[in-house]
Structure formats: structure tokens, C-alpha cells
Write a protein that binds this ligand. Structure first.
Ligand SMILES: [Zn+2]
Length: 165
């Protein structure tokens, strides 16, 4: 029996269909990408979006929203240009630190870290949205957050855009 992998747009949550990944994959698999509609809407300079994990550092830096890639412990693997401009934190300084405790301690609360820990503990690919107020050195900023988690390979994304009211 063939196994399929669902593709979900990390940004809007829409399904991007399924891909046959062959036999030998037992668990339900979900991959987070960015759908063609979001590519157009966000005017991304990217040709075809499949998996966010396939993006290069340069492509992350083209995205018009914040991208923080973390492992299951919350250690920052990637921090894109938009997020660096938004927070004023240099990318090199942030990589390797724990996002929740060292980079943005304001997120070490149930409504943010708790949500992420819940996704990791569940062991399934997941995506959640939340509204949050960042306490930045420059002041408080209202943001809309998308959290994603993929147990394989054990990476999550925190996507950030400023809330518009
Ligand atoms: Zn989308």
C-alpha cells in the first residue's frame, strides 16, 4: 500500500495536496510548505514552493515575514532577515540560543511555549496560530504567530507577522 504525505501551507494552513512517498513509511506524514496562493499574495521571489525545510538561507531572507526555525528544545537553527530587522537582534547572536528562554523570554509562557511543547509532546506534525504581544527592547509589538512542528526531522517553525488592526 502506498503511503502519502500531506502538504500543508505553513502560512495559511491550506492543504497543498498529497504526495506519494512510497511504501515503508508507517506514520501519517505532513510537510509544511508555502502554497502557490501565498507565494503570489506575498509576492515571493520564489519559483515553486514545496517544503520549507528545502529553502536556502537566501530564500528565508526573501520572505516578507519573520521565520525562526527551532529544534524540539527550542534552540534556534535559523533566524531570517525580516525577524532580525523586527527585533533588532543580529542573526549570528541568536543562532544556537534557546528561543524561549534566551532570545525572547516573554514567550516562555503557557500560551506560546506551552503550545509548542504540547505539539512536540504529541509527536505529530501540527500547526497552530496565536496572537501574541512581544516585549522587545524597542517596546511592545502585537504579532500574529504561526507555530509548526514536524517530528521528522524534528524541526519547528515560528512564523511572525505584525498584527494589523
Ligand atoms: Zn498558503
Amino acid at each position: 500500500m502506498a503511503t502519502t504525505m500531506k502538504r500543508i501551507c505553513a502560512w495559511c494552513g491550506e492543504s497543498m495536496g498529497e504526495e506519494d512517498v512510497g511504501a515503508g513509511v508507517s506514520q501519517e506524514r505532513v510537510s509544511h510548505g508555502i502554497c502557490p496562493m501565498c507565494v503570489r499574495t506575498l509576492d515571493l521571489q520564489l519559483e515553486s514552493i514545496s517544503d520549507m525545510h528545502q529553502l536556502t538561507h537566501e530564500e528565508y531572507d526573501q520572505l516578507p515575514f519573520g521565520v525562526i526555525e527551532i529544534d524540539g528544545e527550542g534552540v534556534v537553527l535559523n533566524y531570517n532577515d525580516w525577524e532580525s530587522r523586527f527585533t533588532g537582534f543580529a542573526k549570528d547572536r541568536v543562532r544556537g540560543l534557546n528561543f524561549f528562554t534566551e532570545v525572547a523570554p516573554c514567550t516562555a509562557v503557557r500560551s506560546f511555549l506551552g503550545e509548542f511543547e504540547g505539539m512536540v509532546a504529541a509527536g505529530r506534525p501540527d500547526r497552530r496560530e496565536l496572537d501574541f504581544t512581544f516585549a522587545l527592547p524597542s517596546g511592545q509589538r502585537e504579532v500574529h504567530i504561526v507555530l509548526t512542528w514536524q517530528p521528522e526531522p524534528g524541526w519547528g517553525f515560528i512564523l511572525v507577522r505584525e498584527a494589523t488592526t
